[in-house]
Design a protein around this ligand. Sequence first.
Ligand code: ADP
Ligand code: ZN
Length: 522
Amino acid sequence: MHAMSSPALDLLHSVFGYASFRGQQQAIVHAVAEGGDALVLMPTGGGKSLCYQIPALLRPGTAIVVSPLIALMQDQVDALREAGVAAAYLNSSLPPEDQREVERRLLAGGLKLLYVAPERLLTPRFLGLLERIDVALFAIDEAHCVSQWGHDFRPEYRELTVLQERFAQIPRIALTATADPRTRAEIVDRLGLGEARQFVSSFDRPNIRYRVTLKHNPRTQLMQFLDGHRGEAGIVYALSRKKVDETAAWLAEAGIEALPYHAGLDARVRAANQQRFLREDGVVMVATVAFGMGIDKPDVRFVAHLDLPRSMEGYYQETGRAGRDGLPAEALMLYGLSDVVTMSQMIAQSDSADERKRIERQKLEGLLAFAEATRCRRELLLGAFGEDYRGPCGHCDNCIEPPKTWDATVPAQKALSAVYRSGQRFGAGHVIDILRGIEGERMRQLGHERLTTFGIGADMDEKGWRSVFRQLLAAGLLEADAEGYGTLRLTTASRAVLTGGQQVLLREDARPVRSARRRHDS
Ligand code: ADP
Ligand code: ZN
């Protein structure tokens, strides 16, 4: 049968030593080898490199691979050379004489693949060189760097439009592991890939079990989780360096092989800890998000988040470091209302542009909705990447033990009207005091004791109200102010609840306890 042998398959066997293509690799290879443009969305580890490496070998000329990561370039080139492929890279880490040697080989037609940093590619000198040679194709790796919506924005990526302007006939293939619909649209738009075929792989990681729990006693909760993973390698993420240090020290004291990792540590300590994590069995790395990029350890059995990650994207990438070997792995995330406030403040106080801050807030809201969800986690997680996954997956906390809900329409109406009546200028703490009818100097001065909503929620304790507010925020029925003070405002969605047109169901696990005092009163 002709499917058993093709030039692409022959190269897969003879050069790369693999038996068969994975997922959509073959279709992508053919499309690009035939001269078509392609956008490839594939999770990390899915096998993106072969999608341009094999077409590079099939087409005449040199393939130019744009890559933002110097370390990755070197790894790729080493691996290709090992396989007998004429490959090289050009970036600032290379001494000038070596750069000239690479250019000489390029001009002589002696290279099949050349990796370049975007800033190098864009120089008039380099573009001039390209005009003097046969270019097989352009591969744009980490294509999400073109997107302002993501975290890895690289302004130079936006100038890559020059490729289609000056080399219109040469196929371009853009690749990324970041697949939310906004990023995808931006890649298509910014890189002029409107005509390109899109190859979207599933981002599902079926062997990872997701669990998201309210944070009440983080150390006990973490310890219980780790008890189920004794002797296994894993990563515990925390937001601040201080918390990383404290948690690592505390775990080590409790007899767990835990090491800290964050940008504030001495480079040598950091490298040593990373090596131990990679080489030894059962090391637990306690880290900030600085840890993990490019870490390829197949047997990471768990990832725990002690604080909210920055976005769904971040959560996906970070939890995705578990279970690369396909064996069962577990992800735990702890979250609380204070996290949301801290994150909002961090966003507000950063020196980012307003547009950036708005994006960050939207991301935080998306994450919060995920945390509070009663539906299948996988459905929401993959949905965030535009994937139409239908749960229940049977392998996340909500599927295994569906959360019970209760009808919180009346408390929600009380909460929303208290926010509205007090002028949408206060944080959850004060509004809860209004609802519970807590008297005091400030209350009197503000005249809030005279509000019709004063004391209408005295039948619920503070914890209960906090949970209601957190879930209203997560459901988009309330929003926190842009300035990060935690001031609450109604949203367009709030109206349907206030007018009685919409029922509000909240999670039972966060159900408020009725206060005993009130019951005796009535
Ligand atoms: P990505 O760039 O998508 O993260 P890579 O291209 O680095 O992924 O590939 C991930 C791993 O999978 C590599 O070790 C690679 O050699 C391996 N791999 C890729 N394609 C295949 C295949 N068809 N068969 C077996 N292994 C493959
Ligand atoms: Zn599920």
